[in-house]
Design a binder for this molecule. Structure first.
Ligand code: SAH
Ligand code: SF4
Length: 356
């Protein structure tokens, strides 16, 4: 088929334009198509009343529209957490995780989930503690391949997706253009309709791209930074990206991000690694570093995978570290690790095959 219309790459407005170019029909036709595909996952155009009026058009539309969410080749569920593997058109594979939200909103009993999406096959940042970092970099995902993971969670697994976090495989700010387009598509109210405030982009700290993101008014998402260390010596050992952007440079970019995007706290991820960054003076150095920022710290106990180079801290050390930060006035949460038994927890993606 020549030139299919890749709907998952497109916002509603872009789809309306493309539809007009192909079929000479305006939004009276294209808007219901976009809505139906994005909101229900169905490509059955006959189901739409406008097509029963315009006989003959629906087979052409069905043939032209391409929903390239990839093929789900594997999925494992445990304790409510599902990890699924998507085979992309070139045979490369990415992993995504569906995590139930504990309390979507006060008093609510209804189920809502967060989807943790990948933005690249592999990652070129090479963080020493991260499984994805160890597999190296293969390629960027397209906007459709990123959106496809949310689409699959909703329409293949039937999950009520409310939040999206870019905390799967890859460094989203290393694929900024495609990640931003994916966010425009996900947040389109006529389609997937995920609120920007419910989307979090997590970065290893690409300061230049944080500056760029800050200026994009149409990308109203939360920012999380994987800091993981209280000073440059430790951070450079763990995260080679720190040799490009020091912690001072990173903090400047976060500070200006907060100035431009008023009233937004940045989330700071801190993976606690035994004997590396888990002592009291580390907590104090971290709190001094964060003092000028409006930051919320997420403590993540290190997840050792097979052949891990580091060890996890004890429960007691995690708790102490949290207390030391709280005592310094830092807002901190300890992340409940879910999914580690199926290698779906932070830093464990990329442990399976990445080519199908
Ligand atoms: N590349 C982005 C997005 C991936 S998020 C980033 O690094 O922010 C992956 C998160 O898992 C990061 O916060 C990272 O610090 C954390 N992580 C990586 N390896 C881990 C491990 N072995 N145990 C616990 N957390 C880990
Ligand atoms: Fe890449 Fe993030 Fe893993 Fe570092 S922690 S290697 S940036 S995915």
């Amino acid at each position: 088929m020549e030139n299919p219309m890749h709907i998952l790459d497109q916002t509603h407005a872009e789809f309306v334009d493309a539809f007009f170019r192909y079929f000479g029909k305006g939004p009276h036709y294209s808007t219901p198509v976009y809505r139906q595909v994005m909101k229900t996952g169905s490509l059955d155009m006959e189901a739409l009343p406008v097509f029963s009026e315009a006989g003959g058009l629906s087979p052409q539309v069905e043939e032209k529209i391409c929903v390239d969410a990839g093929e789900i080749v594997q999925s494992i569920t445990e304790n409510g957490v599902t990890k699924f593997v998507t085979r992309l058109t070139d045979g490369m594979a990415v992993e995504s995780v569906v995590i139930p939200m504990l309390r979507p909103f006060p008093g609510s009993m209804s189920r809502r989930v967060t989807v943790c999406v990948s933005s690249q096959v592999g990652c070129r940042m090479g963080c020493r503690f991260c499984r994805t970092g160890k597999m190296g970099f293969f390629r960027n995902l397209t906007p459709a391949e990123i959106v496809g993971q949310v689409f699959s969670a909703r329409h293949h697994f039937g999950e009520p997706v409310r939040n999206v976090v870019f905390m799967g495989m890859g460094e989203p700010l290393d694929n900024l253009e495609n990640v931003c387009q994916a966010i425009r598509v996900m947040t389109d109210q006529r389609g997937l309709d995920i609120a920007g405030r419910r989307i979090t982009v997590s970065t290893a700290g690409l300061a230049d791209e944080i500056h760029s993101l800050a200026r994009m008014d149409d990308i109203p998402v939360n920012l999380a930074v994987s800091l993981n260390a209280p000073d440059d010596v430790i951070r450079s050992r763990l995260m080679p990206v720190n040799n490009r952007f020091s912690m001072a440079t990173l903090r400047e970019s976060l500070f200006s991000y907060q100035q431009i995007r008023k009233k937004t706290a940045v989330f700071v991820e801190y993976v606690l690694i035994r004997g590396v960054n888990d002592e009291k003076f580390h907590a104090h150095a971290l709190s001094r570093y964060l003092a000028p920022l409006d930051a919320k710290v997420n403590l993540i106990p290190y997840n050792p995978g097979p052949a891990a180079d580091f060890s996890a801290p004890s429960e007691a050390v995690c708790e102490n570290f949290r207390h030391w930060l709280v005592a310094q006035g830092v807002f901190v949460r300890k992340r409940e690790e879910k999914g580690s038994s199926i290698m779906a927890a932070c830093g464990q993606l990329g442990s399976g095959k990445h080519f199908y």
